[in-house]
Write a protein that binds this ligand. Sequence first.
Ligand code: DGT
Ligand code: CA
Ligand code: CA
Length: 577
Amino acid sequence: MKNQELAKIFYEISDYLKMDEVDFKPYAYQRAGAAIEALEEDIDEIYKKGGKATLKNIPGVGKYIAEKIEEYLETGRIKYLADLKKKTPIKLEEISAVEGMGPRKAKTLFKKLNVRNLKDLEKAAKKHKIAPLFGFGEKTEKNILEGITFLKRSKGRFFLGEILPKVKEVREKLENLKEVEKASFAGSVRRMKETIGDADFLVVSKNPKKVMDFFVSLPGVVKVWGKGNTKASVRTKEGFDMDIRVVPQKSYGAALQYFTGSKEHNIAVRRIAMAKGLKLNEYGLFKGKKMIGGKTEEEIYKILGMKWMVPEIRENQGEIEAALKNNLPKTIGYRDIKGDLHCHSDWDGGENSISQLAKTAQEMGYEYIGISDHTKFLRIEYGLNEKQLSQQRKEIDKLNQRQKGFRILQGAETNILNDGSIDIKDEALKKLDYAIAGIHSNLKMDKERMTERIIKAMKNPYIKIFSHPTGRLLKRREEYQIDFDKILRAAKYFGVILEINSSPFRMDLRDQNIRRAKEAGVKMVINTDSHHKNHLNYIELGVAQSRRGWAEKKDIINCFSLEELLKFFRGVDKRNS
Ligand code: DGT
Ligand code: CA
Ligand code: CA
């Protein structure tokens, strides 16, 4: 699918245009990019069907942009972007990966200080050349340096959410190869870690050579790092690497266990084998020279006195002790989610209407969807005021009259203001099915004030959910300064549910915080924070995160049926507390 690549090019064009402070054009490209990214059909196929004319059926694509798409599909590039890059020769993508650095700031730093890339930016900040510039200041300079440090730490790692669709395609292709008996993910992809260093595949085949040839010539492979008889390693055009191993059936379990990792988990498991006088490696489990296990993972764990455990928890964080005591968590399943409670509709600038979102949710087998648009403090996101919320209520009520066995709930993602108050009046909150509160401004408050601010919001009787509770952005932004234990105590006391946000760039709460919440008896909800109906699929990432945090069905409120959920919401009554 070329959709993703083309969308990325359009986003890039949009960013370069933003540097020139053009008014309308950047947003036109951004919109077209989003529409193309969300297409279910391959853009190439659409074009083949009816040329430029059919392209114009895509929302946000007019004559001019259709021409650009055509140029890309015909030549593999868009000259306009090359021209823009020539005009302002900076590595914008690199620079704007730093939290707080947008296209306009990048342009200013280029003009005033000739900052062209990340290195230049770091140098300029360290020499304190940025602070004196108009519109920057000490604080911005400090934030830039912090952003760069954070970025460096996660360098070379990729978002699971970006990698997963691509490696699923590869796995499918491998599975369809007639020489292949079995193909599985291994490594961090199988463990569903939030970021991935490289993607690992494990294959069972009697004809490894065929598999090797096939693997290194997959479309999108730009470099072959190595190709042996049973293993190979390649670089993809997206910039991440993929490793493959081919093993015989009898070693499949041992190899899968070994290559799934984590390394720390493996070391601890091997130690247990050694203590029993056994030897464990990627070929099997051995007593002296005799292989006593290796065909399946279950077999290996069983011989070592453990129950099989889901890959997501194999980090040597207590799972081995739990497995030995037959005390593993009953992690939730990928199909246990009954609804999504954090979705943005076109009322606040999201891509889809409420009924479109509801339809997709129904197709996913959900029992309910919660529409939770931004509220008025977020003007740039078209936040809804009290009056609009009440109009929306009417529309939702009307839509619900036509639904059978499915319910649209009305929520709202309100803003926690600096003093902890909510930007929507209680009388309006009261009429919602539930209200979410989140922090969308002043993220850098000191710890004590930030904690107080959040706790005050939790006291509001209508706030049921605290969205993206630690505010981190993967590879981009650290968590807020908060006293998480205090937040947990308050959440427990006031019955506030903490969100596990499935957005590939957030995944907030992180695994350890999920475990802490679970231990504190605080309920959680897995939400996608969708701004487009296709984002509803991100739920898989959130479920993975919850499994990595040992969460069970009873901990996650959207594993509840509609009836149970509503009962639960009614039961949380803070007015007397
Ligand atoms: P990544 O790629 O950084 O996201 O993380 P992984 O876990 O996928 O690591 P990777 O690709 O280097 O190796 C895949 C698995 O192979 C790893 O999870 C465990 C196993 N493995 C690799 N190196 C070692 C090692 O030195 N000792 C042991 N016991 N296992 C290893
Ligand atoms: Ca890996
Ligand atoms: Ca690897």
